[in-house]
Design a protein around this ligand. Structure first.
Ligand SMILES: NC(=O)c1ccc[n+]([C@@H]2O[C@H](COP(=O)([O-])OP(=O)(O)OC[C@H]3O[C@@H](n4cnc5c(N)ncnc54)[C@H](O)[C@@H]3O)[C@@H](O)[C@H]2O)c1
Length: 443
């Protein structure tokens, strides 16, 4: 099949590349000319494990193309995916300007005799499929009412394991009332569900809401554990024990029970906010979501009072090492990353920071310039720091060389927002160690 993917960011690039991997011919479009030039020269634009290999292979095989021309991409495509940003607007609702702008352009490009399925892959509020349809029709110069269907096909991939998630999805959700579009989508996704994971067909509105419900539920689960962690600290319980105790109950499940310094990224924060806003618009107060947002805001700064208290309430002139900048491991995405909030708070309190992240430093450099320093590796970052602060659970931070940490740091002090280390172990090594929901090791 010939496919166009409009928007070549995290979702668009993974979507386009994975569809080309199953033999489709895919053209990805973006308005960012630099991105298109880079991709056309065989360079990948995001860090995503496993993506580069299939990107290069399919580009070489002549199945994966990149352009800045919507017209060129859409011309021969049977399916057009919209993988465009839906950032929060000023009031917290999803801003549909990118989606509706491209929809209007599609209206001008579609031809009455050339049926296409227009697929919303972006995360969009309930009713967007209808708005996309209207925008297309309003901008048509001919009668194209039978020349397209709009389908909602939300994406559930996780950054860091996006290729695996896309190639072997837990489920594919497709919202459409059109038989013709159902057949097209079923054929397209057949190679991805060979192991029996379902393609779940439903109406457009339910598909749109499914995505927000999934992300919001996960945000609730994380936040619930973060609140249990707060309580553990106050009551002297150990959140790791509680986590294991409840996670073995199948109704609760083991995953997403790890407490930390809050969720970040490009999805959970904006999707929880957008669902809360959508609820308000229909006069429904989704109370749990308001609580989740409130708790998460505070959780990102969970380590700051601990750090401040350790240093006697005055962080002026203190120097910190920060391990981890990305909002989670295996990605270079720093959108809403808790690390950025920690940086702001420490710098505002008069401290300086040297950071290391295996992939996200270039993005932070663009954002923060010389507000902080960056190190070549995790150990160089430690030189003469008053303490180590951990914000992202990259694998290489999990079993570090503690001798090198000891030699480089001024004080043997670690504040760990991701509970990477065993309490007994760091106690034996003589570190002062504070984490989330566990007793402080006061060496
Ligand atoms: N990132 C994720 O993990 C993830 C997962 C599931 C769903 N989503 C959803 O998918 C959507 C896209 O997210 P993302 O993370 O890929 O965003 P992104 O910001 O990484 O990528 C969006 C791309 O669209 C391009 N763009 C903007 N306007 C354009 C236009 N008029 N024509 C062509 N290209 C244009 C931008 O230049 C950018 O490259 C969002 O709705 C998001 O909520 C994201």
């Amino acid at each position: 099949m010939k496919i166009a993917v409009v928007g070549t960011g995290y979702v668009g690039l993974v979507t386009g590349t994975c569809f080309s991997e199953t033999g489709n011919t895919v053209t990805c479009v973006d308005i960012d000319q630099k991105k298109i030039d880079k991709l056309n020269s065989g360079q990948i634009t995001i860090y995503e494990p496993g993506l580069e290999k299939i990107f290069l292979r399919n580009q070489k095989e002549g199945r994966l193309f990149f352009t800045n021309s919507l017209e060129e991409a859409v011309k021969d495509a049977a399916i057009v995916f919209l993988a465009l940003p839906t950032p929060p607007g000023e009031d917290g609702s999803a801003d549909l300007k990118y989606i509706l702008g491209v929809s209007a352009d599609l209206g001008r490009l579609l031809k009455p005799s050339d049926y296409k399925v227009i697929v919303d892959k972006s995360t969009v509020p309930v009713g967007t499929a209808e708005k996309v349809k209207t925008a297309i029709l309003q901008n048509a110069t001919e009668d194209i009412s039978k020349a397209f269907d709009v389908v909602s096909n939300p994406e559930f991939l996780r950054e860091g394991v996006a290729v695996d998630d896309f190639m072997k999805p837990d489920r594919v959700v497709i919202g459409t009332g059109s038989e013709r579009a159902t057949k097209v989508m079923n054929d397209l996704y057949a190679p991805f569900v060979r192991q029996g994971n379902p393609i779940i067909f439903m109406d457009e509105k339910s598909a749109e809401l499914t995505k927000y419900a999934a992300n919001s539920f996960l945000a609730v689960k994380i936040t619930f554990m973060n609140e249990i962690a707060q309580l553990c600290e106050k009551l002297g319980a150990d959140v790791d024990m509680v986590r294991r105790g409840i996670g073995s109950d199948e109704r609760i499940g083991k995953r997403f029970l790890f407490p930390g310094i809050g969720y970040g990224g490009s999805c959970f924060p904006k999707d929880v906010q957008a669902l809360a806003k959508s609820s308000t618009e229909v006069n429904y107060e989704f109370k749990i979501l308001d609580a989740v947002m409130d708790v998460n805001e505070k959780q990102k700064l969970h380590l700051i009072p601990k750090i401040s208290q350790y240093f006697g309430g005055d962080l002026r002139g203190k120097h910190f090492t920060l391990w981890g900048l990305a909002f989670k491991p295996n990605t270079d995405d720093i959108r809403e990353a808790p690390a950025l909030y920690i940086i702001d708070a420490l710098v505002a309190a008069g401290a300086t920071i040297t950071a290391f992240d295996p992939e996200a430093m270039p993005n932070v450099k663009v954002l923060l310039g010389d507000k902080i320093r960056f190190a070549e590796n995790q150990y160089d970052a430690l030189q003469d720091a008053d303490a180590l602060v951990i914000a992202t659970e990259w694998n290489e931070f999990r079993t570090p060389d503690f001798d090198r940490i000891t030699k480089s740091l001024k004080n043997k002090v670690i504040f760990d927002g991701r509970n990477l280390f065993d309490l007994e172990h760091v106690q034996k090594l003589g570190f002062h160690y504070e984490s989330v929901g566990r007793r402080a090791i006061n060496n």
